[in-house]
Design a protein around this ligand. Structure first.
Ligand code: FES
Length: 493
């Protein structure tokens, strides 16, 4: 473990001698965009498409099983807690509340996360239902936080762009301790809920929530305010803290596990780089923590390939670990590595850890430096800016064998890029190649049930008519007419 030294690996602070500015509308935000760190291209381990499709495969079964266990255990432990409390044994009920609290205040964090990606269940309404429930428990507005997490994946640990940086530099240990009991998150969550319920969107929220989504933020904040008001009203009416032990307070007394695991995700590692091996951490954990955390301990893998559902992350880890720094072998070992780095950042804000890569890994590449990112961004924009030719014409895109049923390939033509699909029934379709959210190519995405899912933030489109099926994609894809002549697939552009 060494401090970064080469030209590429030194994460030169955007702030140049002053403290980092984490505001999303501040100096570092402007500077990150200027030097091409915004929405840049990130490194990922090479993997044949066929193999990747295997890892991305969705299934309802593991998440249904885990959800029954999760909600069943919550009901059981809360039930025992309430029964003992009402029997006049509040101290005996304590262990039950502690377990219930972790299931409420920590396990809901990972459910919120995975269902927000839409990868936990194959069936989308199940993802939506659990996402809404878990968002409530975490006091995270489901609409605001969907957009903030999208930004976190686009600009992971880029100062001024990522709204979800857990440990800012220099670290504030007092705040970290307060948050181990959820104090700041709860305070901020409730404060923002009341602010939104009053009909306001904060200027920082406005930088990442599209206008079309802002009314939903306000609506859900008002519903939650009513639920909390009713819970507090019940506590007052019954002169008992019990209603708050079930709703609200577990966000405090059960938060410690998600803070403990969450700090390890990026703590002490590099910021302002474009390789998740530099800014994210994979940690082997015990089975109970993995259940609570839904395998997010495989965090490098998750950031590299957010299309892969939680239950497939251990297998993905085995497949790509030759290209990653060695994981920490336990939570304790992760903290032993991270904590001294955080302490050192108190005095040397620019200090960070770099884990060495194994000899089998591709080195940290210079072409993923900021300069490389800017170059590619410009090239990408140039490609995108070339408009359609004046007269539509039929162009041969591929042969019928080039694209498998229920799959997609990329087709480039005269500076434009397209995605060509074959449905399970053998019909061919064509759309623009780039996602309408952040111009990521859809050919690396997952095709399932006539839907293409974007590889960057899991935005989903019906590839038959281009319809955007919900946040974070709001703008439909352009589609093109397709015909098959002999073995050739032609598109009209
Ligand atoms: S780039 Fe964000 S959903 Fe496609």
């Amino acid at each position: 473990m060494t401090q970064m030294t080469s030209d590429f690996t030194v994460a030169e602070p955007l702030s140049r001698g002053r403290q980092r500015d984490y505001s999303l509308i501040g100096e570092d935000s402007k500077r990150a965009a200027e030097i091409g760190l915004k929405a840049a291209e990130w490194y990922h381990t090479d993997m044949p498409r066929k193999e990747m499709k295997g890892f991305m495969k969705r299934s309802d079964q593991p998440a249904i099983r885990d959800t029954i266990i999760w909600l069943g255990a919550m009901a059981l432990f809360a039930g025992f807690g309430i029964a003992l409390w009402l029997e006049g044994h509040p101290w005996l009920s304590l262990p039950f509340w502690l377990v219930y609290g972790v299931l409420y205040g920590s396990a809901s964090d990972s459910r919120w996360h995975e269902c927000g990606h839409g990868t936990a269940f194959r069936t989308q309404w199940m993802n939506t239902a659990i996402y809404q429930i878990a968002s409530f428990m975490m006091i995270r507005n489901p609409y605001t936080w969907r957009w903030s997490h999208t930004r976190h994946h686009t600009d992971t640990y880029i100062v001024g762009l990522d709204p979800e940086i857990a440990v800012m530099r220099p670290p504030d240990f007092f705040k970290l301790v307060l948050n181990a009991f959820g104090v700041l998150d709860t305070w901020n969550g409730l404060g923002r809920m009341l602010y939104n319920a009053g009909g306001h969107i904060h200027p920082e929220e406005a930088t990442f929530i599209p206008e079309s989504e802002q009314a939903k933020v306000i609506r859900v904040a008002r519903i939650w305010t009513l639920i909390y008001a009713a819970t507090i009203g019940l506590a007052i009416a019954t002169q008992s803290i019990l209603p708050l032990m079930v709703i609200g307070l577990p966000r405090l007394y059960g938060a410690w596990h998600h803070i403990m695991t969450g700090l390890l995700q990026h703590g002490g590692l590099a910021d302002n780089v474009l390789d998740h091996r530099l800014n994210s951490r994979t940690v082997y954990m015990n089975p109970i923590s993995r259940f609570i955390y839904w395998n997010m301990n495989y965090h490098v893998e998750h950031h590299m390939f957010p299309m892969v559902p939680y239950h497939a992350l251990p297998a993905l880890h085995e497949r790509i670990k030759h290209d990653l720094p060695a994981p920490n072998r336990s939570i304790a070992e992760g903290f032993r590595e991270m904590w001294p780095a955080l302490v050192r950042q108190l005095r040397y804000e620019d200090y960070f850890l770099m884990r060495e890569l194994p000899s089998t890994a591709k080195p940290y590449r210079e072409d993923f430096s900021r300069r490389g990112a800017r170059r590619r961004l410009n090239q990408n924009n140039q490609k995108i800016s070339k408009g359609a030719s004046a007269m539509p014409s039929w162009i041969r895109a591929c042969t019928t064998d080039d694209v498998e049923p229920e799959d997609v390939i990329r087709f480039d033509h005269e500076g434009r890029t397209f995605a060509i699909y074959q449905s399970p029934e053998g019909e061919f379709f064509a759309t623009d190649g780039l996602c309408t959210h952040e111009k990521i190519h859809l050919a690396d995405g997952l095709v399932m049930d006539n839907v293409i899912e974007c590889p960057k933030h899991n935005g989903r489109f019906d590839y038959r008519d281009g319809e955007a099926l919900g946040a974070p994609v709001c703008v439909n894809l352009t589609t093109y007419k397709v015909k098959v002549e002999g073995d050739d697939v032609l598109i009209e552009i």
